[in-house]
Design a protein around this ligand. Structure first.
Ligand code: ATP
Length: 572
């Protein structure tokens, strides 16, 4: 159970909140907030005036005072117009502040998530940080919306409460209750009745609604898990179709949806209990103040105007004290959102500080060679994959890494790329040199084929003519006319074509160091030979390090590193 009184929770919540209010946008944000607060206070003042207007208006009715009635209608028009204007701008400006705050937070989270491959390392390190996409899209939106809504709501409720408590105290007079021989007089009794009624209501609501906090938290998680399974199915549709894996997939999806269903049923049941109470409580609140004030009206201590004013003031006191009642589920949701964002921030923080732990030390040096010293590569569970690797690769060299499947070849490449932290020893990479890693499966972003070819650079990186000629060299002449076509290219292109796109990228980017991890595994041997010859002719000064199983690859490399599945290695 999350508790707002928990110190860590409060500190974490403050960390997330304060970032924006002390950022470079702070003055604009604070000004906007000040205007919103001022409008809200103005709104409360209009309600106070409307409450007083009730007294005047109903007295004119009771006294058959026609002139007074007409004048009261005039006052009402002014008050109503002010109310409308304030209501419109309060909402408009609050939404404006909300979207600005969300934009700022989203940019910050994206920056941290994408910094130093945190998105990748989080997946390796933090298995319990589910659905980062949901954190960044849904939770940040909810956080801003609920934080602003709840805090401004709270302020408004407090000001309303004090204003109307004062009014109620002045209006309600005292109640004398005979107790045996003596009498007890309660001054401002309507005020006390309103407080008692609301406090009792709040207490019961909190008691009934408490389980909703955790239930809402789980609901968001189950929904995201279900959505993620659907996305996976869509992305792997071809493999699933070829395997005929529909039954399996359906069972998995049904199982995940069952979680959504079961949890939602628990939410519904709890919400039902809460609504029984809040709806009943709300209805009683309409008649309750009239019944309590009626004795003074019937004993002529109060006019009709006074009765109505007392009743609306009671309503306002009760409304504001009942703020918790109306916003209990928002508060519960807000707590869940904050908890999830805190978990996400902690995970990002851990990734940020992974270098402080005992991990592989990747540094950049002025030496133009790449040095690997006493490198031990482990799996995340601590199991050893490779031990004591000692290696120097000079500029212009070429190295082929071979070994049985699963021995750790790709993981070695990940380590050289600086994205695999588990293990010991050091890797020193030549500074200010361009390194390019081509994985077995090229990533093709959404967009045009040109976007894919130039990835991760933008359109102005290479001329159309250059792209076309390199595509032709890489035997992709059939695709040159589709450069500006938008498709889901990772599904349209064959695996071999996708690998050739990666070669186009490499030649366009002219890296100093090129790492190819089974980058020709889907390409026939003749085309593979052509592509490697192309690399040698187009990237004359590039150091090439390849991972592969085919013996034909030996012809294109000067050295060979052979890893076996006993964690050992040898250089040839
Ligand atoms: N994120 C991970 N978490 C846990 N284990 C992993 C992870 N990534 C890789 N491994 C394990 O590390 C071992 C080495 O994997 P790696 O991909 O480096 O092998 P490989 O030699 O390149 O294999 P192949 O030739 O089949 O591509 C495998 O047993 C794999 O299951």
């Amino acid at each position: 159970m999350i508790n707002v009184y928990n110190r860590n929770f409060m500190q974490g919540m403050w960390q997330i909140t304060k970032a924006y209010w002390f950022s470079e946008e702070k003055w604009k944000a604070r000004m906007l907030l000040a205007v919103i607060v001022a409008l809200n206070l103005g709104h409360v003042y209009i309600f106070v005036l409307l409450n007083e207007w009730n007294n005047t208006f109903y007295n004119t009715l009771q006294n058959h005072d026609k002139d007074g009635f007409v004048s009261a209608i005039g006052t009402f028009c002014i008050l109503a117009a002010s109310h409308i204007i304030v209501a419109v701008y309060v909402l408009y400006l609050q939404q404006f502040l909300e979207i600005k705050w969300r934009r700022w937070l989203t940019e910050k989270y994206l920056q941290t998530w994408l910094h130093k491959q945190a998105y990748y390392q989080m997946q390796l390190l933090e298995n319990n940080t589910d659905n980062p996409d949901q954190r960044i899209s849904e939770d940040l939106k909810l956080f801003v919306n609920l934080t602003l809504g709840l805090s401004i709501g709270l302020l408004k409720a407090a000001v309303t409460l004090f204003s109307f408590m004062f009014i109620l105290w002045n209006l309600s007079g005292s109640l004398t209750i005979p107790i045996g021989q003596t009498e007890v007089t309660i001054p401002g009794y309507m005020f006390w009745v309103a407080i008692l009624y609301s406090v009792a209501g709040n207490w019961l609501t909190v008691k009934i609604g408490k389980p909703l906090v955790n239930l809402n938290f789980s609901q968001q998680r189950y929904e995201a898990d279900f959505r993620f399974s659907l996305i996976r199915l869509r992305e792997n549709s071809e493999s699933i179709a070829l395997y005929g894996g529909e039954v399996q997939e359906r069972a998995k999806l049904t199982e995940r949806f069952q979680m959504v269903f079961d949890n939602f049923k628990a939410v519904m049941l709890r919400q039902k209990k809460l609504t029984w109470f809040t709806a009943g409580y709300g209805q009683i609140a309409i008649i309750f103040p009239l019944v309590v004030a009626a004795p003074r009206y019937f004993s002529n201590q109060m006019q009709l105007g006074g009765l109505i004013q007392t009743s609306t003031a009671f309503g306002k006191v009760q409304d504001s004290l009942s703020f918790l009642i109306d916003s209990y589920s928002s508060l519960a949701q807000w707590q869940s959102v904050v908890k999830r964002l805190l978990g996400f921030s902690q995970a990002m923080n851990r990734v940020e500080h992974i270098a402080d732990e005992e991990v592989i030390d990747v540094t950049y040096g002025t030496d133009p060679s790449l040095h690997v010293h006493q490198l031990q590569i482990d799996l995340p569970n601590g199991e050893e994959l490779l031990k004591g690797l000692q290696l120097t690769i000079h500029q212009g060299d070429s190295l082929l890494i071979m070994g049985p499947s699963g021995c750790g070849k790709s993981t070695l490449i990940r380590t050289l790329a600086g994205i695999w932290p588990f293990g010991q020893g050091s890797v020193r990479i030549p500074a200010e040199q361009k390194l390019l890693f081509l994985p077995q499966r090229s990533y093709l972003p959404l967009g045009t084929l040109r976007d894919s070819v130039l990835y991760p650079y933008r359109e102005d990186f290479a001329t159309d003519e250059k792209i076309r000629s390199i595509m032709e060299l890489c035997k992709l002449e059939g695709l040159v006319d589709k450069l500006d076509q938008v498709e889901d290219w990772s599904h349209v292109l064959s695996f071999g074509e996708q690998q050739r796109i990666a070669f186009v990228r490499a030649i366009l980017q002219q890296p100093d160091w090129l790492f190819l991890d089974e980058a020709t595994s889907a390409i026939d041997e003749i085309t593979e030979a052509h592509l490697y010859q192309l690399l040698h002719s187009q990237l004359k000064n590039t150091t090439i390090i390849s991972v592969g199983h085919r013996n034909t690859l030996v012809n294109y490399h000067k050295h060979k590193l052979i890893i076996d599945d006993m964690c050992s290695w040898r250089l040839e």
